[in-house]
Design a protein around this ligand. Structure first.
Ligand code: ADP
Length: 374
């Protein structure tokens, strides 16, 4: 078991970072780390511990999806060029099994996409049940770049905010938790990051001459983002506005919000619709006495290693806000007890089956009989 990580969130980041009524983007210090009482080093330490927790939560969601569950999570990531959207995919989603993550990037619509309604390509990319979807840009481009560059008349884009709200509300009703993250860099920091791309030949591929045209419209983009936050930060799908001049901050905040969201979903390993006992008996019938003895010997190790990996039994539980240390200890003890009962049941059944085997070595037969009596 590792050390309990230091949790330096002063408050739930979902409350601190949420764009609520009266939100004013102009007042957001892009070089700040709201709600976090530490720096980069502490952020890295907490992220490391979350990286041990996230994969199991994600696997539980995945298992739920495989057994008929309808729930999924969608992370929408928006931000101007150089805000660090790519880093999120690597640093946050890198921790989880790629099988359970559905990543989609939305660039300038293709000829085919342009023929359809703007939500057409978005609908096609929605995460399947049990997955975590990540949108690198999204339908919000249709009220950001489209609005700033007059790609469609105002009469058209202005109706999209309500349409988007309705679209997201339906998603939520269908079981998708929608998390929207806007990564906001300052004008100066964007300048520095673009210049670095020009200075380094290994970063030239990331540079786009159009980036300067977009940068020239900085204020128009800020206005368009402000409108997005005002009109589409709803209760069912709120926006989290992340100052992004420190690259580590949005990574930390998204990791934390995702971890808290998943842990509140009360994800449990699906219960089988068949009987473990019956299946174990049937499987044993097809196994030699020798391998059944091996399996009996392995029972403890197999289950105990699963128990050690279980998030309920590990220290991370205590670092999930809302669960205090005493509560965590109680959860851990109860879950451990359940695991131990499972070990006992498996061992007992295997021993019963083995006792009736004619080719069981005498010594073991004697031992098992003695155990059964006593
Ligand atoms: P990135 O710049 O994120 O690395 P791309 O090179 O694919 O990714 O560029 C994405 C570009 O596509 C951005 O300039 C973005 O504004 C633009 N884009 C995305 N969606 C739309 C849209 N619906 N209409 C017009 N342009 C869009």
């Amino acid at each position: 078991m590792g050390k309990k990580p230091k949790n330096l969130w002063l408050a739930d980041p979902r409350e601190v970072l949420r764009a609520s009524e009266g939100f004013d983007l102009a007042t957001v210090d892009r070089n700040s780390s709201p709600g976090w009482d530490g720096g980069k080093k502490e952020a890295k330490a907490l992220m490391k511990s979350r990286a041990a927790l996230l994969p199991e939560l994600q696997e539980r969601l995945f298992a739920e999806g495989r057994t008929g569950g309808k729930r999924s999570v969608l992370c929408i990531i928006q931000g101007l060029d150089t805000a660090g959207k790519g880093g999120i995919v690597r640093h946050v989603m890198g921790a989880v099994d790629p099988q359970g993550v559905a990543l989609s990037s939305f660039g300038v619509p293709t000829e085919e996409e342009a023929k359809h309604h703007y939500l057409w390509r978005i609908r096609k990319a929605l995460p399947p049940a049990g997955s975590i979807g990540v949108f690198d840009r999204s339908h919000y481009e249709d009220v950001l770049v489209v609005r700033v560059n007059d790609l469609v008349p105002e009469e058209k884009w202005s109706k999209r905010y309500d349409e988007i709200n309705k679209f997201e509300e339906d998603l939520v009703k269908d079981g998708t938790t929608v998390l929207k993250f806007a990564m906001m860099v300052s004008h100066e920091e964007q300048g520095l990051r673009l210049m670095e791309r020009l200075d380094r030949s290994d970063k030239h591929w990331k540079y786009n001459t159009g980036d300067l045209t977009t940068r020239a419209k900085w204020q128009e983009y800020q206005t368009a983002y402000q409108a997005v936050f005002e009109k589409t930060s709803t209760d069912h799908a709120p926006w989290y506005v992340l100052p992004a001049d420190h690259k580590w901050f949005p990574r930390l905040a998204i990791t934390e919000i995702l971890t808290r969201t998943l842990s509140e979903m009360d994800l449990n390993w699906p219960k089988p619709r068949w009987s473990v006992e019956t299946q174990r008996r049937k499987l044993a019938e097809s196994m030699s006495t020798e391998s059944l003895i091996t399996s009996l010997e392995e029972t403890h190790d197999n289950v105990e290693s699963a128990m050690a990996d279980s998030i309920e039994v590990r220290h991370e539980v205590a670092a999930i806000p809302g669960i205090d240390d005493a509560q965590a200890a109680e959860v851990a003890a109860a879950r451990k007890e359940a695991w131990l009962e499972e070990i006992d049941a498996a061992v007992a059944q295997k021993e019963t089956i083995l006792r009736d085997r004619a080719d069981l070595p005498k010594k073991l037969k004697k031992k098992l009989k003695k155990k059964a009596k006593g």
